[in-house]
Write a protein that binds this ligand. Structure first.
Ligand SMILES: Cc1ncc(COP(=O)(O)O)c(C=O)c1O
Length: 384
């Protein structure tokens, strides 16, 4: 079994009790026993989204839920405002295009967050914009977008507010009802620390009104069917779900509930702060400005004179710590440390220590231990 430490922005390390849950006997997915597991999991999912609305679990990765969000509200020709700050913002606009919608893009330089006022200006200029998509945590650049402030602006307009929290839910501050989010989507394999393969979505009453008037663009992701099956007695999914993954989600959600959302977010914030402090102590440069840096993944500029292959290759092959690279034009220019899910000081210290050794080996003048000391200092009780 490969024991490489996953410090990537998903999939993340899964707790043994979640893995164990997956080995339970397979039951009939149309039965009272499965209905109980499904309804408990979806109720906990709504608690994590912080919404009074129902949530739906979809067998598929996070992209399936992104696709479901658009497939159920979009009629060809509709204008959707996509905030594009990186790879995943871009994906939303590609989905809109694939369903015959007209993406209206606010392009933000990769590494920066959107200015909420720009969304207000765009909505002011064009009252036909049906929805706005925002990626809360742009995993590709390590930037957090201000979904709370955007929500305040959105409350003045009729457009639906659609937010991707695939790499932030259960790791950063998400309050679906509090921020007026109409459709929120997420995935299992990141801050929720479940195995890959499940996605979740929740829709507000306003969103459902649009869904009811829309001819869905997908057969599998028809949310009306999910709602009908979810309301059945016992609750079901429209098609055969991954029963084992549902057990895993249930267990991962139990763990989130036991820890408590507030504590969990705080733990992620400290991990992010510790990582950034270590990076600065090693004289490396953060890619985004610290004021918009992600709570779940830190993007770092590749130091001059070293290639991605050398840095991440040494980390992986010699020290068994897996980091993520840059995507698209950032390939080779940045590397990313994921600190989401079941992350503690142990993983951060190991990673930073391995990074110090790697950099020293690659010829950098590193004072060994300075990064590790910065992590320890961040975690010391008086500093938390
Ligand atoms: C912000 C964000 N949105 C969407 C996705 C897509 O999720 P998946 O790969 O599970 O389809 C990812 C995956 O990295 C992501 O980070």
């Amino acid at each position: 079994m490969d024991e490489t430490l996953l410090m990537i922005p998903g999939p993340t390390r899964v707790a043994p009790r979640v893995l164990k849950a997956m080995s339970e006997n397979i039951v009939n997915h149309r039965s009272a026993i499965f209905g109980k597991i499904l309804s408990e999991a979806t109720e906990m999912m709504s608690d994590v989204f912080r919404t009074n609305n129902k949530s739906y679990l979809i067998t598929g990765s996070g992209t399936a839920a992104m696709e479901a969000s658009m497939a159920n509200i979009l009629t060809p020709g509709d204008k959707i405002l996509n905030i594009v700050c990186g790879k995943f913002g871009q994906r939303f606009s590609q989905i809109v295009q694939s369903f015959g919608g007209q993406p209206q893009v606010i392009d933000v330089e990769w590494g920066k967050a959107v200015n909420p006022d720009e969304i207000g200006y765009a909505l002011e200029e064009d009252e036909n914009i049906k929805a706005v998509t925002v990626v809360h945590n742009e995993t590709s650049t390590g930037v957090t977008n201000p979904i709370k402030e955007i929500g305040k602006i959105m409350s003045d307009y009729n457009a639906l507010y659609v937010v991707d929290t695939v790499s932030s839910l259960a790791g950063d501050d998400v309050d679906v009802d509090g921020y007026g989010i109409d459709i929120c989507v997420t995935g299992s394999q990141k801050c929720m620390a479940a195995p890959p393969g499940m996605a979740a979505i929740t829709l507000s009453d306003d969103a459902w009104k649009v869904v009811e008037q829309t001819n869905p663009k997908s057969y599998y992701l028809n949310m009306k069917k999910y709602r009908k099956s979810g309301n059945a007695e016992p609750p079901e999914t429209p098609y055969t779900p991954s029963v084992s993954l549902m057990y895993a989600m249930h267990e991962a959600l139990d763990i989130i509930m036991e820890e408590g959302l507030v504590k969990r977010v705080k733990r992620h914030q400290i991990a992010a702060q510790a990582t950034r402090n270590a990076i600065k102590a090693l004289n490396l440069e953060l890619f985004p400005d610290e004021s918009v840096s992600s709570t779940t993944v830190t993007a770092i500029k590749m130091p001059e004179g070293v290639t991605d292959g050398e840095l991440r290759g040494t980390m992986r092959n010699k020290y068994r710590v897996e980091l993520a690279g840059g995507q698209d034009h950032l390939k080779g220019n940045i590397f990313r440390i994921g600190h989401m899910g079941n992350i503690t000081h142990r993983e951060i210290i190991t990673t930073v220590s391995a990074l110090e050794m790697t950099l020293r080996e690659l010829g950098f003048d590193i004072s060994m231990g300075e990064g590790v000391a910065a992590v320890a200092d961040t975690y010391l009780p008086e500093n938390i």
